[in-house]
Design a protein around this ligand. Structure first.
Ligand code: C5P
Length: 219
């Protein structure tokens, strides 16, 4: 990486969804495809950054020339993010991290017992990006995939998680889909990026991230 606005910068991108085991053969997951995160990682690389892509399981091939870290659970994602961010400039937290995981992982495959249903007890996962709130030296970008009250929810996450930027999108319209419309928010400004392919959206979003990162460095 010899040129580009992110030359000399280390960018950590998380992508895909986590899987939270129930027993040796089952998990709780979500519909994240990883497309957006992989496109962001490739674009950050093309802008000159050294990139670490931390990904839950996806059907995608990792982009070339990025450090790729495969994880499965939210707890593995947290450990990988913490390790990668010790020397990072920007964290783009695009992964769909499970908010909850089964309280216990059954050691053997859970069997049916007659006609009875099954109740799973869930516990909360740590907030991976929220835990990095004290890292004021790291420029943090989060995502808010919402099904309702998109901007209100996104603004509250921006605050609560201590982010520099949050990228809101309509979860129903975009998760697992090839196209995405984005709204980028900080405390003051709102930038709307029209619906386009995730590759195009990643390029447009990185332009906004780079501009805000440079402003933030200058303050
Ligand atoms: O609270 P919610 O899951 O909607 O927040 C989404 C943002 O927070 C995303 O950037 C996501 O990657 C991040 N997140 C996280 N740790 C969690 C849940 C979400 O870092 N346990």
């Amino acid at each position: 990486r010899h040129s580009g606005p992110l030359r000399g910068r280390h960018v950590v991108v998380t992508a895909g969804g986590t899987r939270e085991p129930i027993d040796p053969v089952r998990y709780l997951g979500n519909r994240s495809s990883g497309q957006m995160g992989y496109a962001l990682a490739a674009r950050a690389r093309d802008l000159g950054a050294t990139v670490t892509l931390i990904s839950g399981p996806t059907a995608l091939r990792p982009p070339r020339a990025v450090t790729f870290v495969a994880v499965e659970t939210a707890l593995e994602m947290r450990a990988a993010v913490q390790a990668a961010c010790t020397h990072a400039d920007i964290l783009i937290m695009n992964a769909a991290v499970a908010d909850f995981r089964p309280a216990q992982v059954a050691p053997e495959k859970i069997k049916k017992h007659g006609e009875e249903g099954l109740t799973l007890q869930l516990v909360q996962n740590p907030d991976v990006v929220g835990e990095l709130a004290a890292r004021t030296d790291l420029f943090k970008v989060g995502f808010a995939a919402e099904t309702h009250d998109m901007l209100v929810n996104a603004r509250s996450k921006l605050q609560r998680k201590g982010l520099h930027l949050i990228v809101a999108n309509d979860a129903i319209a975009s998760i697992g889909q090839p196209d995405i419309a984005l709204i980028v928010l900080d405390g003051e400004q709102v930038v709307e990026l029209p619906r386009q392919s995730k590759t195009e959206a990643a390029a447009a979003l990185l332009d906004v991230i780079v501009a805000r990162f440079e402003q933030w460095l200058a303050t």
